[in-house]
Ligand binder design. Structure first.
Ligand code: MOS
Length: 735
């Protein structure tokens, strides 16, 4: 179906006490905790693989003078050493999937320069150490701040071609100049790394047959269907000849949205040696070969009247990515929809540096944009001596301020009020005025908003004679709970308990699905399954000769008008199949669709050391229908914990001499761990969004991080009276 109009009453509404929404434990949990869920690197489906190891550039700019691979080729167990001199021919770069080993030019530290294949991992690694590469070094460009003069207006991102990098409405300059109250501040956010648990890994097998070449990849990948054409372009084979198998993924946070060099190199090497090739990136390679979130410089200007009503809003953002890449951080996009004001500007500029490609990470755009904008709002509230919640309420728009269409739903004000009440926001004191022993105590808040996209997805279902509903789609589960919510949706639609639903994901031989990313996974895949089940229900009703309007599905039977027919009498010996698909239609143009929320944080700042400790944090969110109370809450608090990390610790430090990440492992690149997040909780206000999708749900995956760090930053200000505008807010900046 296409989402062209609001969804009316649905079977999910009829069974408000059904499986959907229940805090069902993860159906894949037992497999994972007992080690029976094979991740990419552990898959045994491809027999007798050789092992690959990536050799990376140790300079960030320059050219390769020579590669001496003789010793590596003669090393014990060595099978093949691939460099730019012998790599098979490749096709065009597509999206962010690049051909590998393409000559002598080096554009970033970590750029793959050779790929060594051997009988075992240890032999491949040992041989890789013997590859000698000499370079003509050039001076690298690694710092955004030093290269702003090269900034240019990016092209719209290929993933959202309709979204322009700049927007303008009214007369910002004139209105800002006339505003009695002005805020003009610059915030900076650092480079961040996805830091997912499972590194990138692939086992690739090249297959040459009478129908041409094909490749199968057991590969950790968030969006396999998206990567079929892009990797296919590089490997010069048709998209449908690229098969991804990715049933379990150990986290991604955006790092696995695109296929990375490890998959390309494994496929190419397999083509040459005619054997499966297995490779994983090391943790350091995750930093240097993989993607990251770009650092940003953001300037926010707010013009308001004396009552705090915004008349002018400007949000400008500068970010950077690799040489020849076009990715920019859409920090200011969300600002287009957040608060009312007649005069407004958003602008994005980017520069290309000697760094790996920047890409989407944990709510790209909103997460870093709200780190700046929601603090600027706090600065305005402080200036006006208005409560930050009240300031936001005064600027609540009646419709989307730039798109000029209504919001599908928007309960931001409810989230702020309800969250404030439960948190005890009224206990917030003046800046620097609250003490608890050696700790200065502060409370801070922020709004949260994350776009709600729907992506084309399809599903196949079969109700078997054993009463089991099998679901197949090329959807992925990053660890977020996709298997579980799909089990719930399938079960509830067919009136079956969770044990009677078997969900099979992560294989591009199944119907195409959105994959996991951008907070679109649950809504898109879940809706496709909803439609497939709806079609299956209709087929069952027709076979049973029952009135479709009255039919009830429960206990393995369909019933209407006092007559009940067991499924097994309807599905035959082969079972009954159905398909379903969902596409965005007009609803995402007629309505502005976001999930909303509000964060409240309490911090303590050590009076002597400047150390900041989170004391507690509460998020109040709306995301349409909640598909699973437990996994939804986990997503929300997981995002909030990311936000705490963004505010207080996450920072990939670049040494400008080498344009290289100094703290390239999880010992030195700090993410929040247990002791950093003592008391973090989240709850959802009830909501159904009938403009979003048939489930009436909205995206939640990335909502929790949006604004979360800003609430911590604003709490630091409230504790100390010191405004820090450079993330992360480490103790050296607080002192
Ligand atoms: Mo998300 S950063 O689109 O995985």
């Amino acid at each position: 179906m296409e989402m062209n109009q609001p969804i009316g009453r649905t079977p999910l509404d009829d069974r408000a006490d059904g499986l959907v929404g229940k805090p069902l434990d993860r159906v894949d949990g037992p497999l994972k905790v007992t080690g029976r869920a094979p991740y990419a690197y552990e898959s045994r489906a491809l027999t007798n693989p050789a092992y690959g190891y990536i050799v990376t550039a140790t300079v960030a700019a320059g050219t390769i003078k020579a590669i001496d691979a003789e010793a590596a080729r003669k090393a014990p167990g060595a099978i093949f050493v691939m460099t730019h001199e012998n790599v098979p021919e490749q096709g065009e770069k597509k999206e962010q999937v690049w051909p590998q080993l393409q000559g002598r030019e080096i554009n970033f530290y970590g750029q793959p320069v050779a790929f060594v294949v051997a009988e075992t991992f240890e032999q491949a690694r040992a041989a890789a150490m013997l590859v000698k590469v000499s370079y003509d070094k050039a001076k690298p460009k690694g710092l955004l701040r030093e290269n702003l003069s090269a900034a240019y207006e990016p092209k719209p991102m290929p993933t959202s071609p309709g979204v322009k990098p700049d927007s303008a409405l009214g007369d910002f300059d004139g209105a800002f100049a006339k505003s009695p109250v002005q805020i003009d501040v610059e915030y900076t956010t650092p480079t961040q790394i996805h830091a997912q648990m499972e590194p990138h890994a692939t086992i690739a097998e090249w297959q040459s047959g009478p129908d041409g070449d094909a490749v199968v990849l057991y590969s950790a990948n968030q969006m396999p269907n998206r990567n079929q054409p892009s990797l296919g372009s590089v490997l010069k084979i048709a998209p449908e000849k690229v098969r991804f198998v990715t049933p379990y993924i150990g986290g991604g946070f955006g790092s696995k949205l695109q296929s990375l060099p490890e998959a390309t190199l494994a496929a190419l090497a397999s083509k040459v040696i005619k054997r499966p090739v297995k490779v994983t990136m090391t943790r350091q390679q995750e930093f240097h070969v993989g993607t990251h979130r770009t650092d940003t410089i953001q300037r926010v200007r707010l013009g308001a009247d004396n009552e705090g009503r915004l008349t002018a809003i400007s949000h400008e953002s500068w970010s950077d990515t690799a040489i020849d890449d076009g990715f920019y951080e859409t920090s200011a996009n969300v600002t287009r929809s957040l608060y009312a004001a007649p005069n407004r500007i958003t602008r994005h500029r980017m520069v290309n540096l000697n760094l790996p490609i920047a890409s989407s990470m944990r709510a790209p755009g909103e997460a870093v944009g709200q780190l700046a904008f929601e603090c600027a709002m706090d600065e305005l509230a402080e200036r006006l001596n208005i409560d930050p919640v009240e300031l936001r309420i005064r600027n609540e728009p009646q419709e989307d301020p730039e798109k000029k269409v209504p919001f599908s739903t928007r309960r931001l004000v409810d989230c702020m009020k309800e969250g404030a009440a439960r948190f005890g926001w009224d206990k917030r004191g003046k800046p620097g005025a609250t003490r608890d022993g050696q700790w200065l105590i502060g409370l801070g808040m922020s709004a949260a908003a994350r776009q709600n996209p729907l992506k084309p997805s399809a599903a196949w279902v079969r109700l078997g004679p054993d009463g089991v509903l099998t679901v197949r789609m090329a959807m992925t589960d990053l660890g977020t709970g996709t298997y579980t919510i799909l089990t719930q949706i399938g079960g509830e639609m067919m009136g079956l308990p969770a044990e009677k639903v078997r969900v099979e994901l992560g294989d591009t031989n199944f119907p195409k699905a959105a994959g996991s990313g951008g907070s679109f996974g649950a809504a898109s895949a879940g809706s496709a399954l909803y439609v497939a089940c709806d079609n299956l229900r209709q087929a069952l009703v027709a076979k049973a000769g029952l009135d479709a309007g009255e039919a009830q599905f429960a206990d393995g039977a369909v019933s209407a008008g006092g007559r009940s027919v067991p499924f097994k009498d309807l599905v035959g010996t082969e079972g009954l199949e159905a398909k379903g698909e969902i596409k965005p239609g007009e609803m995402d143009k007629k309505f502005s669709q976001y999930s909303f929320g509000a964060h409240f944080a309490e911090v303590g700042v050590d009076i002597d050391t400047g150390e900041v400790r989170l004391r507690r944090m509460l998020g109040c969110f709306t995301g349409g229908r909640i598909l699973n109370e437990k996994t939804a809450r986990s997503q929300a608090i997981g995002g909030m914990i990311f936000g705490v990390g963004a505010a207080l610790m996450e920072d990939a430090v670049i040494d400008p001499r080498y344009s290289y990440y100094v703290n390239h492992d999880l010992a030195e690149y700090h993410v929040s761990t247990h002791a950093d997040v003592p008391n973090v909780d989240a709850f959802f206000l009830p909501e159904l969004d009938d403009k979003a999708n048939p489930l009436k749900s909205k995206g939640l995956g990335e909502l929790g991080i949006c604004g979360a760090g800003a609430s911590v930053a604003n709490a630091i200000y409230n504790a100390t009276g010191i405004r820090i505008r450079d993330y992360p807010m480490t103790l050296d900046k607080v002192l």
